[in-house]
Design a protein around this ligand. Structure first.
Ligand code: ATP
Length: 658
């Protein structure tokens, strides 16, 4: 019967699982070998005899030693070499320990009879008595250590190879652990799912176009980059972009993380790299994506004494070799992602390996709006939700943070039993992600509450009157996470910052402590976070940005973080000047904050009272107290421009409200 015609379930492929070969068979074989060893090992050359035969052996003085097992009524008589040869003529193994086993009526009877034989035949065999415990127990005692060893070994192997059971077990340790997406298991991500990142997308589009039609490039003698490195902060969409490349190009996609290569065994990493490239070449054209490549790609030779480092270096060397080793046009393209391109080995970044570095930065205002549009698509929204507004409220958020905000908002709305998600749910989600969970249950005395209100109003008042301070969104005295209260700002998205801008920010940050001193008369520990921030800013101004008059145009920062790593590349005298300058900057801004507060003491008092009453106040309330803010922030300018542009365009259908 041909294999195709076999009834279902009977063919070799459909054998019952216990008949199929798997690793447990090998463990079984090892166990049987052990068993065999036990019974065939030293002293197991044995034969059963009767009483008369034993007497003959005694008569010929062939017995060397006798052990009497009281309980089992058995005697083991160990033979002298000459006698053993006669008794076991066919024995191939050593005759040492050869014995005969004889059943006796009783130990007493044997000892009387044997005593007689000793005298009569002048027999000088030594006799010993044994309890003659359980055979099974003896077997257990001798096999247990081996069994335990095997068990520990199996356990370790399974843990190391990360396999739950069955499958390859220990034998797959050297195999690459890539997740493979191909025809059967397709990547369902395309460029439409990746919002923003227009420059990065443009770069990878060339890779897609090569994978779709390599001839277009190779006909002209062109070579496609072998690898592209996506570099950027966490959650900015590097993995997503790599997946989109695979989805668009419709080629197999091997996805794995740098740490998947590293293992306790020496040589496993290198073997996994080899295996990965072998598999990839079989499936070419395809994409290999290595996430967090810094786990193996870290610069070599930093810790030569560490063994684990040797293993990582071997892995890296193998990766370098493989990336050099395959032909340019073999169709295997490597994408890798990292948050830290600066610590990667130079050899990895040279042209011909990862010769393209694609920066995937935190999204700006426009990109954030697009990311919101992608993640708002599946949500049921209220008409109050405006992606523009949400994008403005989330400066510094990564794509992953935005995805999280959308999900969190849906959960908050569901918790409150709403039919659709409203703007305030998004605001609560943003607050929660930035500040942590609200802790309304925390109990404060009236004095503490008043001091927090004065502190937060201090920040709010000063930021209202300083040109470069970030515009305020809201002030709250509801504790959240570790903070007792907070003033929430809309940080401007600047690419360069001037001295005056930093000073204004420092002044606003010191506003809380200044308000405590001016309006309460004593200071508290509540400002420690502000002070830490201000101190760091001041040091950065002096040591990194060369903004101090006394030490102009000097930068003591080593951005390479490598060779010539001076911990303190300046003299003690300079250190004193640095400290003095830092103190000067901070005290000047503190005095400035106090004078602004004194000038607007009345407004500040109203604000603090309102805050105590309502717990949360918004920029509108500040406007009502202080009048319109004299400065227009840059983000406000961008928004105004956008509004104007929008107005001139025909109204667009907004997909999220459909
Ligand atoms: P890490 O460096 O920590 O590995 P990453 O840069 O690889 O992070 P991803 O895993 O790609 O980040 O992104 C996480 C999630 O964030 C994605 O699944 C997606 O939901 C969302 N996201 C990030 N960037 C974008 C974007 N540009 N457009 C749409 N969604 C995004």
């Amino acid at each position: 019967m041909s294999e195709q015609n076999m009834p279902k379930g009977k063919g070799p492929k459909n054998m019952p699982p216990f008949l199929k070969f798997n690793v447990y068979w090998i463990y079984g074989v090892i166990f049987l070998v052990l068993l065999a060893l036990y019974f065939t090992g030293e002293g197991s050359l044995s034969k059963k005899m009767n009483w008369t035969e034993l007497q003959t052996l005694a008569k010929n003085n062939d017995i060397e030693k006798v052990i009497v097992y009281n309980k089992r009524n058995v005697v083991e008589a160990f033979l002298k070499d000459s006698a053993a040869k006669a008794v076991f003529p066919d024995a191939k193994s050593s005759l040492k320990g050869a014995k005969v086993i004889v059943q006796i009526p009783s130990a007493d009877y044997f000892s009387t009879e044997f005593g007689k034989w000793q005298q009569e035949y002048n027999l000088n065999a030594e006799v010993s008595y044994d309890d003659g415990g359980d055979m099974l127990w003896e077997f257990f005692i001798s096999v247990a250590p081996f069994a335990l060893l095997i068990f520990v070994w199996i356990f370790l192997m399974r843990r190391m190879s990360g396999q739950g059971g069955g499958g390859g077990g220990v034998f797959s340790v050297g195999k690459a652990r890539a997740q493979i997406f191909d025809q059967t298991n397709r990547v369902n991500v395309n460029f439409n799912d990746v919002a923003g990142l227009s420059e990065a997308k443009q770069e990878v589009e060339e890779i897609v176009s090569f994978l779709k039609d390599p001839g277009k490039y190779t006909n002209l003698g062109g070579k496609i980059p072998k690898g592209a490195l996506l570099v950027g902060p966490p959650g900015t969409g590097k993995t997503l972009l790599a997946k989109a490349v695979a989805g668009e190009a419709n080629v197999p996609f091997f996805s794995l993380s740098g740490s998947d290569f590293v293992e306790m065994f020496v040589g496993v990493g290198a073997s996994r790299v080899r295996d990965l490239f072998r598999q990839a070449k079989e499936k070419a054209p395809c994409i290999i994506f290595i996430d967090e490549i810094d786990a193996i790609g870290r610069a070599r030779g930093k810790n030569p004494n560490m063994n684990s480092n040797d293993e990582r270096e071997n892995t890296l060397n193998q990766l370098l070799t493989e990336m050099d080793g395959f032909g340019t046009n073999s169709g295997v393209i490597i994408l890798a992602a990292t948050n830290r391109a600066d610590i990667l080995d130079k050899a990895l970044l040279r042209a011909g390996r990862f010769d393209r570095q694609i920066n995937v930065d935190l999204p700006d205002l426009r990109d954030r709006k697009e990311i919101f549009l992608v993640h708002l698509r599946p949500l049921k929204l209220d008409s109050s939700v405006d992606p523009d507004f949400l994008a403005r409220q989330t400066p510094g958020f990564s794509g992953a943070d935005i995805a999280n905000v959308c999900n969190e908002a849906a959960l908050i709305a569901a918790r409150n039993g709403k039919e659709s998600i409203q703007k305030e749910d998004f605001m609560s989600a943003v607050d929660r992600i930035v500040g942590g969970l609200e802790k309304r249950s925390r109990v404060y005395t009236q004095d503490e509450k008043r001091s927090i209100a004065i502190h937060e109003s201090g920040h709010a008042t000063i930021s209202w009157f300083l040109e470069h301070a970030n515009p305020l969104v809201k002030v709250t005295i509801v504790p959240r996470g570790k903070a007792l209260g907070a003033a929430w700002y809309l940080p401007e998205e600047r690419y360069i910052t001037t001295t005056q801008q930093i000073l204004d920010e420092m002044c606003a940050t010191l506003g809380g402590r200044a308000a405590e001193e001016v309006f309460i008369g004593h200071i508290s520990t509540g400002a420690s976070n502000d002070l830490e921030r201000v101190t760091k800013q001041a040091y950065a101004m002096v040591c990194y940005f060369g903004m101090s008059d006394k030490l102009p145009n000097l930068n003591y920062y080593d951005s390479t973080g490598q060779d010539w790593g001076f911990s303190k590349p300046y003299s003690e005298d300079t250190a004193k000047i640095i400290d003095a300058e830092v103190q000067r900057f901070i005290s000047e801004q503190f005095e400035r904050a106090k004078s602004i507060l004194k000038e607007h003491a009345e407004g500040h008092a109203k604000l603090a009272a309102l805050l105590l009453e309502r717990e949360v106040i918004y920029s509108d309330d500040l406007e009502a107290i202080f009048g319109k803010r004299p400065w227009v922030s840059r983000s406000q300018e961008i928004l105004n421009e956008e509004e104007k542009r929008k107005g001139s365009e025909t109204e667009e259908h907004n997909p999220i409200f459909s």
